[in-house]
Design a binder for this molecule. Structure first.
Ligand code: FAD
Ligand code: EPU
Length: 336
């Protein structure tokens, strides 16, 4: 078990900020996790792919990087197949593996960066599918008392970009494995975004899961900045969910505003539209800025610090509140 003190995290966060932590170590099984938690002489932070974090210049924590691997089919019943993946598995590798095995369910979630272990934290979602749709259970290690237990779907309290692991159970557990319910004859979800257009451009008449996977990869590559080219953590803010009555009042002032009903009383509005309309797309503030194709993504043009990115985020939040009366809540985990 090697521990690196005063270690740089710049290549471990997709924003690419130059952060230095007190100590850095990786674990690939419960025993090494247990030993590291025991040895740590400062608060511990569990790091996956670093694709949803904004790290401070000096991070006075022990950063433990999850490398628990393994993907296996653990149960089959007719077309229904349960797959277990280690928390350190790269999310897109799991999706690719499932598609190669002919197992449907995760294909709309292709190319989301990060690890399997982080996927339940904010109930990752894209293109009409959320983790919760194919989640069966997870196993987790309690950081304080070392207990290992399972959490089923209800116990995880999933919501839009939300779970108990972001609320009352925040920083209590290390997610070790996640079980997914997949299917050999899945119902494909083609209605969201440009999926059907891309399939028809590719002359795919009877799509399979591989076609949906490729379409999603193509759409994402055209829309979202690649962190290898320009630092970012995906959507910086969540899409606000507001009472439908409030949405209708906004619609009266801004007839083009998009809105998607989430239930009988609430409507989700795309924060990217608000930020874009408010004139922020492509705006730069020193080394950071707003992406020029997706206004919901803040970017590090090189050398930006968390403080600078947060200052920009706060400027945007204040402006959106002033112009639309809507509060933007950050999706990215901002650390101190
Ligand atoms: P990290 O950033 O390493 O950690 C995130 C949080 O999870 C931290 O609080 C960390 O402590 C905690 N954590 C990580 N692993 C564990 C574990 N094993 N046990 C307990 N806690 C843990 N998200 C979406 O939902 N949909 C998208 O379409 C999407 N697109 C993106 C596109 C880009 C270009 C980028 C950069 C990000 C995008 N994201 C998206 C956000 C991000 O990919 C997800 O939130 C992802 O699940 C984060 O995984 P990670 O391993 O990088 O987590
Ligand atoms: N829009 C604009 N201008 C912009 C960006 C978006 O007008 O600069 C409009 C679009 O025209 C569209 C709407 O906003 O009408 C929605 O845009 P898009 O389809 O790009 O999706 P999003 O709402 O910005 C969400 C998720 C993404 C996910 C995509 C696809 C959140 C916070 N973000 O983005 O997730 O990949 O949908 O499902 O829910 C992430 O969480 O990090 C993430 C990237």
């Amino acid at each position: 078990m090697s521990i690196a003190y005063n270690s740089s995290l710049q290549s471990y966060n997709t924003f690419g900020v130059a952060s230095v932590c007190r100590a850095f170590a990786t674990f690939d099984n419960v025993e090494s996790l247990r030993a590291l938690l025991h040895q740590a002489d400062a608060p511990v932070f569990i790091l996956g792919g670093g694709s949803n974090v904004l790290l401070p210049d000096q991070f006075d924590r022990w950063v433990l990087h999850n490398r628990i691997g393994g993907i296996a089919i653990i149960h089959t019943s007719g077309n229904a197949v349960t797959v277990r993946a280690g928390g350190g598995v790269v999310w897109h590798d799991l999706v690719t593996w499932a598609v190669e095995q002919g197992l449907g369910g995760l294909e709309n979630l292709a190319l989301i960066p990060g690890t399997v272990g982080a996927s339940p934290i904010q109930n990752i979602g894209a293109y009409g599918v959320e983790l919760v749709d194919h989640f069966q259970q997870l196993t987790a290690y309690h950081r304080a008392n070392g207990a290992i237990r399972t959490f089923d779907q209800d116990e995880c309290g999933f919501g839009y970009r939300d779970s108990i692991f972001k609320r009352d159970q925040k920083d209590q557990w290390v997610i070790l494995t996640v079980d997914f319910l997949l299917n050999r004859q899945p119902e494909l979800r083609l209605d969201y975004g440009a999926i059907r257009d891309v399939l028809s451009e590719a002359h795919v008449q009877t799509p399979g899961i591989g076609d949906v996977y490729r379409a999603v990869v193509q759409i994402r590559r055209s829309k979202l900045p690649d962190p290898a080219q320009i630092g970012n953590a995906g959507s910086f803010f969540k899409n606000p969910v507001i009472p439908t009555e409030a949405f209708q009042r906004l619609q009266a002032r801004f007839p083009d505003i998009p809105g998607y009903p989430v239930d009988d009383s609430d409507t989700k509005i795309p924060a990217g539209w608000l930020i874009d309309q408010a004139g922020w797309k492509g705006v730069r503030r020193g080394p950071c800025g707003v992406h020029d194709r997706q206004a919901l993504v803040l970017v590090n043009h090189g050398g930006a610090t968390a403080r600078q990115i947060c200052a920009l985020a706060e400027e945007i939040q204040a402006d959106i509140q002033q112009q639309y009366g809507v509060d933007l809540v950050q999706e990215v985990n901002i650390l101190e």
